[in-house]
Design a protein. Structure first.
Length: 264
């Protein structure tokens, strides 16, 4: 099931994507509220998908937890980059982004004036659906509401300069999410791609994750109480690269959709 958060006629609502039959136009069936709280009761209203403005599908009430160096090919490409190099971590490498970094589909990624090297990092994002603390790995995915596309935008020069990642990863607009939350995707071997101006920059698969989704959720819950709506970014494949003003960057994950943002 694909869940969207959208705006229409000045109102913000949640909805479920519905296509009556193959080839038919996609519609949004409006829900009475946030499905993580109110379930899937509907208002009876339907909107043409093409007529609504999609918003970030979730705004975490507390945090965005991120996993660094979780694809072996990305670890390899970072060798020699001061402050980022080193081998694959034996345990998930966690850091945080503020929820003020979130934007939605179509919103602009703003290059900060203090950085000369802003880069894309396309990733699969986990959306937490229930409060989780010290959950065992074999139960961890029961606490997940769904999955969406993310772009862990990074001011690489600041990340290197600071020697830790909070500022370089945390600027406003540095966490695009969307376009929708898929509650039940097949992620055994889902393709994760990033394109800039139509050119493929990153092309990986969830099968290449060093630490599994269940391991990541369980491990994060040992440190932080995960709340409904919290987001976990699971790492990026190789191919990270620069973003310049005027670029259009797309993160596409098989079975979920395409997250598209422009850079200013």
């Amino acid at each position: 099931m694909k869940v969207a958060r959208f705006q229409v006629d000045g109102e913000i609502a949640f909805g479920v994507l519905d296509q009556a039959e193959a080839g038919a136009d996609i519609e949004l069936v409006e829900l009475t509220g946030d499905p993580m709280v109110a379930g899937y009761a509907t208002t009876g209203r339907r909107f043409a998908f093409a007529d609504v403005q999609l918003l970030a599908p979730v705004i975490p009430r507390s945090k965005i937890v991120c996993v660094g160096k979780n694809y072996a090919d990305h670890v390899a490409e970072m060798q020699g980059v001061t402050g980022i190099d080193g081998g694959a971590p034996a345990e998930p490498l966690l850091f945080l982004k503020p929820n003020t970094s979130i934007i939605g589909p179509g919103d602009a990624i703003v290059r900060p004036a203090v950085s000369d090297r802003v880069e894309h990092e396309g990733e699969l994002a986990v959306v937490i659906g229930a409060m989780a603390k010290n959950v065992p790995e074999d139960e961890a995915l029961q606490y997940v509401f769904g999955f969406t596309c993310a772009n862990d935008v990074t001011a690489r020069d600041i990340q290197i300069k600071d020697g830790q990642w909070a500022r370089g990863k945390g600027f406003d607009t540095f966490c695009p999410l969307g376009p929708v939350i898929e509650t039940d995707p097949d992620l055994a071997d889902a393709r994760v791609m990033t394109r800039v101006n139509g050119e493929v920059r990153q092309d990986g698969s969830t099968a290449q994750l060093i630490h599994s989704l269940a391991r990541i959720v369980s491990y994060a819950s040992e440190a932080f109480t995960l709340l409904p709506g919290d987001v976990i970014l699971t790492g990026t494949p190789a191919g990270v690269g620069r973003l310049e003003a005027g670029d259009v960057v797309e993160v596409e994950i098989e079975g979920i959709g395409i997250l598209r943002n422009r850079v200013v």
